[in-house]
Each structure stands twice: as structure tokens, then as C-alpha cells.
Design a protein around this ligand. Structure first.
Ligand code: NAP
Length: 337
């Protein structure tokens, strides 16, 4: 039997339980769109992303099959494999690709996954650190790569939602890549932590969360945005000619009321990132770059470890915005953090 969280949608509140799962309840649902399950992973760590926190509330946009083992991040060791790509004992990780949404995810001791979506865990990171990076760090890396592909490789950049997981990793990665980083936060008490990650300056979220003009003073070569809403509209109006904004999240609001002026007068690009549907080659590129550029000590300063049995209560803290940085979840009792 395998210990894990299970979320069952009902006509009333969802049933959220830490249970003993048999092998059958860990198999992907027969109608899952991505049902290949040729690798069995002994899970050591998972994470508590914003999406995972929503799953614990039974949010139907995340919980797309029922019952579901949540956890969009999976880190562990191959226990059985019927694909030549992976052998027993390989250290592997997964971010998204349906895990914890349309198929069972990482918040159980075993996961049956599609080997074509797995990435080798970089040797520089422990399993706890790989989960500490998780979807937040992976997405921040994808956002930096998107800026670079667009030709934005230096200058002043803005990170919104800076105290969160994605924002924290974006600051560290952009600073490491040589950008001058401004962090926008609604929690000024985190300023020292954001400076330690590499932010050269801090602005209050309210500086962006106000009615904006179609075009404002040119400030940013690039923007990595975790919040959307009015702050993103204001940031777009402040991007320099030929700069780019990477839209990653909607922590503030999914709405974006802007004009076409930044796009047609300054040639600004609005780039989207969805870590879940990222093709394997780009997943591997992003993790190789994380291994090269992210000091494991920085990961330890951003992520904390919580035990599997506390995942549901800590999910509520994530939704309430009470968690600075990021939470990794120790799934295998005894796995070293
Ligand atoms: N596109 C993708 O593939 C992808 C991947 C991962 C995450 N995401 C999305 O990106 C966003 C951030 O994810 P995360 O894991 O970093 O979440 P998180 O750790 O909960 O951080 C979100 C941050 O957004 C800011 N924030 C919270 N409430 C806000 C509000 N009402 N208005 C403005 N800002 C607010 C806060 O930072 P401050 O206190 O510093 O302002 C908070 O720390 C979420 O929307 C998530 O769903 C998308």
C-alpha cells in the first residue's frame, strides 16, 4: 500500500484525505488524455504550488479527474520501467504535464508516469532541492529563456509577485544572467530577502496597481509577471522599445485591460509561458540551465520542507499568501531534506 493524498469531488465539499492507496487507485484514469504510464517512480519529494493549493479546495479547473492524487511536481527514483529511456535507480523529476490535474501526481509515495515527460534530476541538486525549485523555479527559468530568445539579454527588468515562488526564482536567475532587477511586491517586509536574492531595487505593488496611461516613461527592457491585472497593464506601458513581457500567472487577477499602443508604437512583445505543456527538449534545456546557474544554497534560502501529513493545512497558507518563497513536501518519510 502507498500513503498519499486523495481528492474526491462530490456534490458538496470535496473529500480530502491522506489514505493508503492500492496499486489500482494509482493507475492513470483510463480516459486520461496523457495516459502512458511506463515508469513507476518511488516519490521522495513533491511541492505545494499555488495550483496544488487550489487542488486541495477541489477547484474543478485543477482537479480534472476524481478521485485524484494531487501534486504537479514529482521528484524521486525510478522503481520500475518499461521504456529504454529510464532504468531502475535513475533520479527523475516531472513538472506538470498533467500530473496532479488530469492524472495522479506527486503527493503519494508512488507515481505511474509517462517516461517521455520525465527529466533527469541534475546531480548538483538533492531531491529536496529539485522539489524546492519545482514548477515555480522551472517556470521562472522558462520565462528568462523566453526573454533571451526575444533578444532581451541585459538592462533593467521588472519582476512582479516577487515574494512568491516564481518571483523569487525569477529574481535570482535574472540577477545571475546580468540583468538589473527591480522587484515589485505587496509585502515590503520581504525587501531584505528580495535584495539578498539579487534585486537591485524594490517597488511597492501599489506603484503599478493604479490607473495607467497608454504609454508611460520607458523603464523596462523586460518584465516577468506573476500577477496580471492592473500591475501588468501598467508595466506594459513602461516597457522600452522592442522589449518583452512574459506573462506567467494571475495571482492578482486574470483580467488585462491595456491598449494596443505598447505593441504598435514601441514594438513590445507579450509572451506567454505554460510550464505544463512545455515540450521535452525545452524542459531539458531549462533544467540544464537551472543546474548551471542556480546555486543550491539559493534554493535552500527560497524553499522550506513540510511533511506529507501537513500538506493540506499548509495549502491554505499558500492560498492566503502567508508563505514567502516556496514549500517542498517530503513524501517519503526519512528522505533527507
Ligand atoms: N504559467 C505557468 O506555467 C505557471 C507556473 C507556475 C505558476 N504560475 C502562476 O504564477 C503565479 C505565481 O505562482 P507562485 O507559485 O509564485 O505563487 P505564490 O508563491 O503564491 O506567489 C504569488 C505571489 O503573487 C503576489 N500576489 C499575491 N496576491 C496578489 C494580489 N492579490 N495581487 C498582486 N499580487 C499578488 C504575492 O507576491 P508579493 O507579496 O511579493 O506581491 C505572492 O507571493 C500564480 O498565478 C500561478 O498560478 C504559472
Amino acid at each position: 500500500m502507498t500513503r498519499g493524498w486523495q481528492i474526491t469531488l462530490t456534490d458538496d465539499a470535496p473529500r480530502v484525505e491522506l489514505v493508503e492507496l492500492d496499486a489500482e487507485s494509482l493507475r492513470p484514469p483510463a480516459d486520461a488524455p496523457d495516459a502512458a504510464a511506463d515508469v513507476e517512480v518511488a516519490v521522495t519529494f513533491s511541492g505545494l504550488n499555488f495550483k496544488d493549493a487550489l487542488a486541495f479546495t477541489g477547484n474543478p479547473g485543477v482537479v480534472r479527474c476524481s478521485p485524484l492524487v494531487p501534486g504537479i511536481d514529482v521528484v524521486g527514483t525510478v522503481a520500475a520501467s518499461s521504456t529504454p529511456r529510464w532504468a531502475v535507480g535513475d533520479r527523475v523529476l516531472l513538472n506538470g504535464a498533467g500530473a496532479g490535474e488530469t492524472r495522479h501526481g506527486g503527493l503519494a509515495e508512488r507515481a505511474h508516469l509517462d517516461g517521455a515527460t520525465l527529466v533527469a534530476t541534475p546531480t548538483v541538486f538533492t531531491d529536496a532541492q529539485a522539489a524546492g525549485i519545482g514548477t515555480a523555479g522551472f517556470t521562472a527559468m522558462l520565462a528568462v529563456l523566453a526573454l533571451e530568445r526575444h533578444g532581451v539579454t541585459s538592462g533593467d527588468v521588472l519582476v512582479t509577485g516577487a515574494s512568491g515562488g516564481l518571483g523569487s526564482f525569477a529574481i535570482a536567475l535574472l540577477a545571475r544572467a546580468g540583468f538589473t532587477v527591480t522587484a515589485a511586491t505587496g509585502r515590503p517586509e520581504n525587501a531584505a530577502r528580495l535584495r539578498a536574492l539579487g534585486a537591485a531595487s524594490i517597488i511597492d505593488r501599489s506603484e503599478l496597481d493604479r490607473p495607467s496611461r497608454a504609454l508611460e516613461s520607458q523603464r523596462w527592457a523586460g518584465v516577468i509577471d506573476a500577477g496580471c491585472g492592473q500591475p501588468l497593464a501598467t508595466a506594459l506601458a513602461q516597457v522600452r522599445p522592442l522589449g518583452a513581457v512574459v506573462a506567467c500567472g494571475n495571482a492578482s487577477s486574470p483580467a488585462l485591460a491595456t491598449t494596443v499602443m505598447p505593441f504598435i508604437l514601441r514594438g513590445v512583445a507579450l509572451l506567454g509561458v505554460n510550464s505544463t505543456i512545455t515540450p521535452l527538449a525545452l524542459r531539458e534545456q531549462a533544467w540544464q540551465r537551472l543546474a548551471r546557474d542556480l546555486d543550491p544554497a539559493v534554493v535552500d534560502s527560497i524553499a522550506r520542507t513540510v511533511e506529507l501529513e501537513h500538506a493540506a493545512e499548509r495549502a491554505a497558507d499558500v492560498l492566503a499568501g502567508r508563505v514567502p518563497g516556496r514549500l517542498a513536501v517530503r513524501v517519503a518519510s526519512g528522505a533527507s531534506a
